[in-house]
Design a protein around this ligand. Structure first.
Ligand SMILES: Nc1ncnc2c1ncn2[C@@H]1O[C@H](COP(=O)(O)OP(=O)(O)OP(=O)(O)O)[C@@H](O)[C@H]1O
Length: 259
């Protein structure tokens, strides 16, 4: 379980996070939802320690993280897996080398043990046998799968995903969302996903925190989000639907032109 308490962050006098508190449960897919520029990524970076909040604290399973001693922070960092926006694979490394990378950095494993773990993770994300492929040879969805395999390779306790389905077609996006949820439940991980996609909300939103202009305006689940009485959230959901409908019309028109 991850707890955040009263997180504030400003850049050059501009407030980006304004007193955000909340709890992210173990074994659940916790979503940080909001429009562009509402502070989702900054909050994620504050949680993992890439950005220091001006005020506030983060606790991992009861251990205080923010401003704690370096060795305690490093111990927590070892348990964190990250799936970055755009996958962020090393282009000059094979799939196998990419997934092995955190194992080399964090563990004193022999080569065979490391390869076993890499193969296990590749198999878990449905990419067995792709060891020697280069990232340039992979589709967007496959790259995300490699990113997930790399994140879980060190047996992470906490998984952070920054817009995991950006740039993917709806069906591939759905498969990636489901894979993240399955892995979260299977390994009892605390997962936080940054998203602005309502499809993800409905599909995997065990616990959703809606951010608006740096504030948490609503918290709930995919079952009750459509009943919210928060105007900013309802407007966000409506805009998402309009976007989806407009996309459908565009695709339909494209199909008609092609016929
Ligand atoms: N290092 C930084 N220095 C200055 N401003 C920053 C920095 N990082 C983020 N910001 C600003 O903080 C605000 C929130 O950014 P953030 O990336 O958290 O938005 P977001 O909700 O994740 O949006 P998106 O969905 O577009 O990624 C933006 O106005 C951004 O320009």
């Amino acid at each position: 379980m991850i707890e955040i308490h009263n997180i504030h962050k400003s850049f050059n006098g501009k407030k980006v996070l304004d007193g955000v508190s909340g709890v992210f449960q173990t074994g659940k897919t916790n979503l940080l939802l909001g429009a562009s520029g509402t502070g989702k990524s900054v909050l994620l970076k504050c949680i993992v320690g890439l950005i220091k909040p001006d005020i506030g604290s983060v606790t991992f399973d009861g251990t205080y993280f923010t401003n704690n001693k370096l060795d305690i922070k490093q111990e927590i960092r070892r348990k964190i897996g990250m799936l970055f926006q755009g996958s962020a694979l090393f282009d000059s490394m094979t799939v196998e080398e990419n997934v092995a990378f955190p194992l080399k950095m964090l563990y004193d494993m022999d080569k065979d043990e490391r390869l076993d773990r890499v193969n296990f993770c590749l198999q878990r994300v449905g990419l067995e046998g792709t060891n020697k492929k280069m990232p340039a040879e992979l589709s967007g969805g496959m790259k995300k799968r490699v990113g997930i395999a790399r994140a879980i390779a060190p047996k992470c306790t906490y998984l952070f995903c920054d817009e995991p389905n950006s740039g993917l077609d709806p069906l591939t996006a759905l498969k990636i969302d489901r894979l993240i949820k399955e892995i979260t439940e299977e390994y009892n991980i605390t997962t936080i996903v940054v998203t602005h996609d309502m499809n993800s909300v409905i599909e995997i939103g065990d616990n959703i925190m809606f951010l608006y202009e740096g504030k948490k305006l609503w918290e709930g689940t995919s079952d009750n989000i459509l009943d919210s009485d928060v105007p900013e959230l309802n407007e966000f959901i409506f805009a998402n639907r309009l976007m989806r409908d407009a996309k459908k019309v565009e695709e339909e028109e494209e199909r008609n032109r092609a016929d």
